[in-house]
Design a protein around this ligand. Structure first.
Ligand code: ADP
Ligand code: MG
Ligand code: ZN
Length: 617
């Protein structure tokens, strides 16, 4: 249908162009004088005529001895010589004039006949066809509401095929998924052994860790069709559509089995039913029920595996997680430094990268970045290199993009008042100086007073290596760093602003965790409050209290003590290193940004109170 229409519209356009040419080319030039046959006869008798040309459409072109051109028409069904003789032209004089008869070529003859008659019919026909098609398409759309909107990736489609090698890191997740691939490749082998094949695999992990990518890689490795749909797509439009879409999706998957059904963001439909969480959405429940019905309906010969992904396992309906449904769970973690390096390498492949780009160093500087963040970073680097009119992406372009990915774009045109700028400079200098002065802190990579996102300025500190364990000493020192901005403002200006409010929030939370979660305070080796184990998703969960009011009071007191002690340390350091603090702040006001090397030089060269750090500790 599509093709026919495209072709016919092309023909219509070509015909229209032809018609235009035809009309234009047959337009008579007006420099030719029109004469009658009588005049022509006279002129021949007077021997004024040089040549006569007879055209096939009956036009007679006359050229006189003096070069003047004239035109007349001959009678349709008679030859020109006969006609002229009838007009009384002298026989001898007529034969002395050369007469040429020009026949038109076949093609242009047919064109003159066909174009005026057939073209309008074609155009009208084309229009009718077009309108009918529109109407039909509308119908189709109405009819396909209930069809699944799933996109299928064909295993033969080599370009869109993702393999495990396209997914860096995630070693454990891959190992789990290889089993699934083996099964999809050769289901019979497993059936013969009487093995029960898992029906569903649930991928859990933070956004951007590569869940969708992994699911596609499973299909790509196994070479089976991959039907994907996103949970949020179910929750659109009319009630009842979701369930029928699910039915259709599974029908198609079974037809193409072995195959994979991938439900991305399953939490959009798979929320706990009947809790009213996110609104008691009837449509959602029906859709979820249908998914469960379909999965329960799989027999041992149904070689379809359902893969689902979510970053909110906490809200999932328990029914989804029951044995026989999504009983395989694969956790996708944030990449560690090695994984970050290989993810960067994957996304550097399709870009022009300069020799000086050191992926190892970029990986060092990007703890906490997800795969999607790293992809974004490489792309921002390339965009920046483009804006700087470079031929390839250099190290500096990527490094400069880290903050953009981390904190959002810089507000270049924010005109900050001089005094505010000074406050921010001292605030950041405070964080940085404390970070450099204490032993257990992350090292300072950059200090800047360029405002980004919601931050007025920022101090970028990065641990020297990825840590999965943190010590009490680390937390205590980091608390002092958090308070560095606040204390610097207080010390220098005798007043504080709203600037440190986020610092205080983070410091308070950290101090509370030291007491209630890690058992690192005098209150003893125990936890306070029950938390669901969701730390790996980095989410706070409402805490259930399992201690008395009296304990609550002691917790508050202890938290306050920890914070006060941290503040004391910060004050002592900043007072003793006031000169260095001034130097850093001045430098920031001057250059806006201090890089790692320069910062370390300032600390090393100008530090007049070396050894102080050891005394404080
Ligand atoms: P999720 O589904 O977990 O939110 P995606 O799979 O959509 O994350 O990842 C987004 C993009 O980030 C991917 O298309 C890919 O380009 C990149 N990415 C994420 N993780 C990795 C990885 N481990 N290796 C390579 N690229 C990755
Ligand atoms: Mg995804
Ligand atoms: Zn701050």
């Amino acid at each position: 249908m599509e093709k026919v229409f495209k072709n016919s519209s092309l023909i219509i356009i070509i015909l229209l162009i032809l018609l235009m040419f035809f009309v234009l080319s047959t337009g008579k030039s007006d420099s030719v004088e029109k004469i009658s046959l009588t005049q022509l006869s006279q002129q021949i008798n007077e021997e004024k005529v040089k040549t006569i040309t007879v055209k096939s459409d009956g036009v007679v072109q006359v050229e006189l001895q003096d070069g003047v051109k004239q035109e007349t028409n001959k009678e349709p069904d008679a030859s020109l010589t006969d006609t002229l003789q009838n007009f009384g032209v002298d026989q001898a004089r007529l034969s002395s004039v050369p007469i040429t008869v020009e026949m038109r070529s076949g093609a242009s003859f047919w064109a003159t006949i066909l174009i005026p008659s057939v073209l309008p019919i074609l155009i009208i026909g084309g229009l009718i066809f077009f309108m009918m098609r529109q109407a039909m398409r509308g119908n189709n759309q109405a009819m396909s509401f209930g069809m699944s909107r799933a996109r299928m990736i064909d295993p033969k489609d080599k370009k869109n095929r993702t393999k495990f090698k396209d997914v860096a890191g995630n070693k454990e997740a891959k190992e789990e998924l290889i089993e699934i691939v083996d099964f999809l490749k050769d289901p019979k082998k497993f059936h013969a052994l009487g093995a029960k094949i898992p029906k569903g695999v649930l991928l859990l992990g933070r956004p951007g860790t590569g869940k969708t990518l992994l699911a596609r890689a499973v299909a790509g490795e196994a070479g089976v069709p991959f039907f994907s749909i996103s949970g949020s797509e179910f929750v659109e439009m009319f009630v009842g559509v979701g369930a029928s879409r699910v039915r259709d999706l599974f029908k198609q998957a079974k037809k193409h089995s072995p195959s994979i059904v991938f439900i991305d963001e399953i939490d959009a439909v798979g929320r706990q039913r009947g809790t009213g969480l996110g609104g008691g959405h009837d449509e959602r429940e029906q859709t979820l029920n249908q998914i469960l019905v379909e999965m329960d309906g799989f027999d041992n010969e149904t070689n379809v595996i359902v893969v689902a992904a979510t970053n909110r396992p906490d809200v999932l309906d328990p029914a989804l997680l029951r044995p026989g449904r999504f009983d395989r769970r694969v956790t996708v973690e944030l990449p560690d430094i090695e994984d970050r390096k290989s993810i960067l390498a994957i996304h550097a492949k399709d870009k022009k990268i300069a020799e000086d780009v050191d992926l190892e160093r970029i990986a060092q500087r990007t703890p906490g970045f997800s795969g999607a963040d790293l992809m974004n970073l490489m792309n921002e680097g390339a965009l920046l290199a483009g804006r700087r009119n470079k031929k390839s992406v250099e190290m500096i372009d990527v490094i400069d993009s880290i903050e953009k990915v981390l904190l959002g774009p810089a507000h270049k045109n924010s005109r900050m008042d001089e005094h505010e700028k000074k406050i921010i400079a001292y605030h950041e200098a405070g964080h940085a100086l404390i970070g450099a002065s204490l032993k257990n802190t992350d090292s300072v990579h950059k200090v800047s007073i360029i405002s980004r996102g919601s931050a007025g300025g920022y101090t970028l500190s990065v641990p020297d290596k990825d840590k999965s364990l943190h010590s009490r000493a680390y937390f205590i020192d980091e608390l002092s760093v958090f308070l560095g901005g606040y204390v610097a403002e207080e010390l220098v200006f005798g007043d504080v602003t709203t600037g440190p409010s986020n610092d205080l929030k983070r410091a308070t939370k950290m101090a509370r965790s030291i007491v209630t979660q890690f058992g690192m305070s005098d209150l003893g080796v125990r936890t306070f409050g029950k938390n669901e184990d969701l730390i790996f998703l980095g989410r706070e969960v409402a805490e259930e209290r399992d201690y008395s009011d009296k304990t609550a009071e002691s917790i508050d007191v202890t938290v306050a003590q920890i914070l006060a002690k941290a503040k004391e340390t910060t004050e002592r350091i900043l007072k003793e290193k006031r000169v260095t603090l001034d130097i850093i702040a001045e430098r920031l006001l001057d250059k806006e940004t201090i890089e790692k090397e320069e910062f370390e030089a300032i600390i090393a060269g100008k530090d007049i109170s070396e050894g102080v750090v050891e005394q404080i500790k």
